[in-house]
Design a protein around this ligand. Sequence first.
Ligand SMILES: C[S@@+](CC[C@H](N)C(=O)[O-])C[C@H]1O[C@@H](n2cnc3c(N)ncnc32)[C@H](O)[C@@H]1O
Length: 281
Amino acid sequence: MKFRLGTEVRKMEIPWSSGNSSVAARPWIHDIDIVTTNSLTTTGGHVWDAAQRLVEFLENMQLGLGLLRPGVKVLELGAGCGLSGLTVARNLPLADRVVLTEQAYGGALDHLVMNVELNRDKLPSSCAVTAQPCDWTHYQPTSPTEGDLNSATESEDGVSGGEQEGNQGELADCLRLETLPETISWDFIIGSDLVYNEAGTKMLPRVMRAHVDTHTRIIYAHTRHRFDSLDCVFLEELAAVGLECREVREHDVPTPPPSPPPFTDLFPEMRIAVYEIMLPR
Ligand SMILES: C[S@@+](CC[C@H](N)C(=O)[O-])C[C@H]1O[C@@H](n2cnc3c(N)ncnc32)[C@H](O)[C@@H]1O
């Protein structure tokens, strides 16, 4: 796998590969070329550690999850540079489609489109791989007490889009364009490191709820304890929209040491958890 920042190309081994291949049907190919950037006003210009853990989990569990079934449809939310979705698409030639989504705001979608096209020749032609707009602000709670549009769109420094002067027109233009059809029955919805502000805590659960089907498996890799309070709100909001959430891991991966309960440690150790989120079954 290669990450490229500007003109610099860095070839990386697969540091997250833990060798838990007993459940893998075959090793995945990790040759996706990713350009990172500091020029976006969102956090999507970097590849976050949780994206790498998500890829690891999906590869290790490809059989158990049913990822290899012909015709599967995969949706990625907040794809950032696109590492996870592109690696999935690269290795699932029997998939029907893999749709990577981002917000247009801050140049995030354009950057994602560029990374998708950069890898086009490696992607199976049998599977439709696209980058599409999906801004979670479309899914905000409708109650005025639950949040408002202007506090939803994020920037790199965590300042909400609406709080930045002069971007109201840009924000409105983005929202008009950023819709995702709710008629597609997704087999998998994937995402990584998406919860760190209002949009992630309040709106992301509603995005998931809008696109989940009775059989859909949402696999979300999340860095715990980066923002304990936001983690708690996210889990509460998932429950509030009727979604169940449980931490999952590969069969042969030891149970991690228990995390301290939220707010008990001043600097709790962060670790990446993989959650499966779904409708009650
Ligand atoms: C921390 S980055 C993670 C990117 C990628 N998933 C990864 O793990 O490398 C969070 C991503 O969520 C996206 N995001 C934040 N707010 C959003 C919103 N309102 N609608 C859609 N995407 C949003 C950002 O643009 C960014 O790409």
